[in-house]
Design a protein around this ligand. Structure first.
Ligand code: DAH
Length: 340
């Protein structure tokens, strides 16, 4: 037999010990060990005291039972609050003695936009202010859009398999083959096929030519194509647009000059240069859209005139940043790319 006083003392000790142990637990492991010690289902200390209930005299049993329940709830509560404190603390790392919350965070290395993409975004922005909308075309093209509708005849050297990435094994020109587009002029045709004048668009994207890589050549590069079609568009309109473009892109008033040239899809055709850092720099090709191109897309050449131009994006990017080797742009060396 155990007296009720002894039993109540025992309960009180149990409660005090348990609350102390749970309150002092400094890690999940220590807390779990304390839970097993006090609340363990088989041999926990609470269980042991509970077993003594059978040795209490019948008259004292109700009091003993009530107190047993009260202490059980108190111990459980002490455990629950220790548990929730510990999980919120360990989430913040407060229980890890190695963790110094005052140290600066690890430096996350954020990537950046490739210089070519940066340039493209800027070109779209500048030309947008001149009223030109960006349009895009496929990189795998057919001969109609890459050549025929652009007034480039079957026997033109630009269609030579050695100058192009034809996608069939034989690479027979004039066979309705697909090829990787060699110029963004393709998008002029795609735009005019689906839109009526007036047109003011630019098309930016990759073009492909089987050139050996050297400081100024790469088998893949980017062009910006411009096309404006309306009534009364002249070479003066073209020159003005190029002048405004160069001045906006390079940041000060930039003189422009045009020289006679030849492209199958423009007549007359010109090469445009801009004056920068004391010398004339080649801009790209341009001209007044050839009537045959208008006929190929169903426009009336007596009603509309237009200009077109094609510029190399890499060249614009390189001149701006003083990059001297186009290959640096595609080696993906982060020490290079990080500079832009
Ligand atoms: N497509 C030409 C090239 O790849 C560039 C070009 C020249 C585009 C004259 C034009 C143009 O729109 O009018 O070399």
């Amino acid at each position: 037999m155990i007296s009720i006083d002894e039993f109540l003392d025992e309960l009180q000790r149990l409660q005090t010990d348990a609350e102390t142990a749970f309150g002092a637990a400094t890690s999940d492991d220590v807390l779990e060990a304390a839970r097993i010690e006090f609340l363990g289902a088989k041999s926990g200390r609470f269980k042991a005291v509970q077993k003594q209930l059978g040795q209490i005299s019948g008259a004292d049993k109700p009091v003993a039972g009530q107190n047993l329940n009260r202490v059980k709830n108190a111990i459980q509560e002490a455990f629950d609050s220790a548990k929730s404190r510990s999980s919120s603390q360990s989430m913040r790392g407060e229980l890890d003695p190695q963790f110094d919350r005052t140290l600066p965070g690890a430096n996350v290395k954020v990537g950046r936009v490739h210089p070519i993409t940066q340039t493209i975004e800027e070109l779209i922005d500048i030309m947008g202010r001149l009223g030109f909308s960006p349009v895009f075309g496929p990189e795998v093209e057919d001969e109609r859009h890459n050549f025929e509708a652009l007034n480039i005849p079957d026997d033109h050297p630009a269609r030579d398999p050695l100058e192009n990435f034809y996608l069939s094994v034989a690479g027979k020109q004039g066979s309705g083959d697909k090829l990787l587009r060699s110029q963004t002029s393709t998008v002029q045709i795609r735009t005019m096929e689906t839109t009526q004048p007036p047109i003011r668009v630019i098309s930016l994207g990759r073009v492909y030519r089987p050139d050996t890589a050297d400081p100024t050549h790469y088998p893949m590069f980017h062009q910006m194509e411009g096309l404006m079609v309306d009534r009364g568009v002249t070479l003066a309109t073209l020159k003005t647009v190029l002048q405004l473009f160069a001045t906006n892109y390079l940041g000060s008033s930039v003189p422009i000059r045009i020289r006679p040239s030849f492209f199958p899809f423009t007549e007359p055709s010109v090469e445009a240069d801009y004056f920068w850092n004391g010398r004339w720099v080649e801009f790209g090709g341009a001209g007044i859209v050839d009537p045959n191109v208008f006929r190929a897309v169903g426009y009336d050449p007596d009603e509309f005139t237009g200009f077109a131009f094609g510029l190399g994006v890499e060249r614009l990017c390189m001149i701006r940043h003083g990059i001297t080797d186009i290959r640096d742009m595609y080696t993906n060396d982060v020490r290079f790319l990080r500079q832009f």
